[in-house]
Write a protein that binds this ligand. Sequence first.
Ligand code: B12
Length: 311
Amino acid sequence: MVDEALTAGAVARRLGVAVTTLRTWHQRYGLGPSQHVPGQHRRYTPQDMDRLHVMRRLTAQGVPPAEAAAWARRVPVPIDAVTPAPPGPLLFDPAPPGSRDGGGHTIPIGRAGPAARGLARAAMRLDGPALRDIIEMTVTNRGVVRAWDEVIMPVLIGIGSRYSDTRRFIEVEHLLSRSITEALSVVPRPAALPRVLLTAADEEQHTLPLEALAAALAAQGVPTRLLGARVPPRALGEAVARTGPTAVVVWSQTPETADTTQLTALLTGSNRPFLVAAAGPGWAPDKLPDEVPLLGGLAEAVRVLTAAVAT
Ligand code: B12
């Protein structure tokens, strides 16, 4: 049998990193060589290489090493895998030295950290697998609320402002949105019957904040029913009548969709939920019915809804 295991030097060459970097990844993050032959230096097995490829890719995207390593350590190790992954080029090369990632091709993310920067860069490269990786990894490591507030939301707001400045990058925004949807949907959902109904307002196409809310509540053990985009008042009324939710959240992103009659219809209907809440920047706080709170952020929404269904 051919010995597939590699020395540190060979691994460093394949990955394009310094041997000292490999040593740091070993000592600090436990991503070391696992094949031990008595009397010889340890060697890197194909499974070790799989982990190191993930580590290399994520750190190149700007993900902090500790987070990247946590992700790399999750790479499944097939019990009897003997074939190494083809060395190949890196899937996601870092920007070449000296290249300016700015100018017309950056998403402004303000003071958000390296993970948000990595996400913004992957979005601009239209790199779907990297987008999924970064979002799933961030959700796993930080939880849904922090992943949304610290990483996903700044990039969404940034791409929104790029769009309004340039009328460009719709393709970037679409792929990013799609990747967020996919990554949030893999957060496991509780099996219990949902008592929370989440819906976009009539003609409202923005749903990502509700998808984040559904995932964040699921992580707290609270199941939800998410109707999605552009729900006409009549359809919402029928959904409420059929499912009798304890709480309903209606999202409006822009003033055009913030017709408060869709809220009053819920308050005056025969199946009035215990809580009807508005969410999103479309709603004007002073125009909302007194009984309808405006949820200000994801963490607050999780708190209010968890409390509502605990009653
Ligand atoms: C993704 C996106 C889309 C996607 C949505 C995909 C999806 N599945 O949701 C698509 C392509 C469908 C889309 C369509 C449109 N979009 Co759009 N879109 C966005 C983008 C980039 C992100 C939207 C989002 O998720 N925002 C949520 C968070 C990230 O942002 P936020 O709402 O500002 O967050 C604040 C609060 O809401 C709160 N918050 C944040 N998260 C949460 C979560 C919860 C649960 C709560 C309670 C609160 C909360 O905290 C924040 C700080 O106060 C925004 C940019 C932006 N700034 O939002 C543009 C943006 C909202 N879109 C815009 C526009 C113009 C449109 C279109 C009209 C474009 C067009 N010509 O067709 C259509 C709208 C059609 C319609 N009737 O709905 C404008 C709206 C301008 C305005 N104020 O009127 C924006 C702001 C972009 C821009 N700068 O021009 N869009």
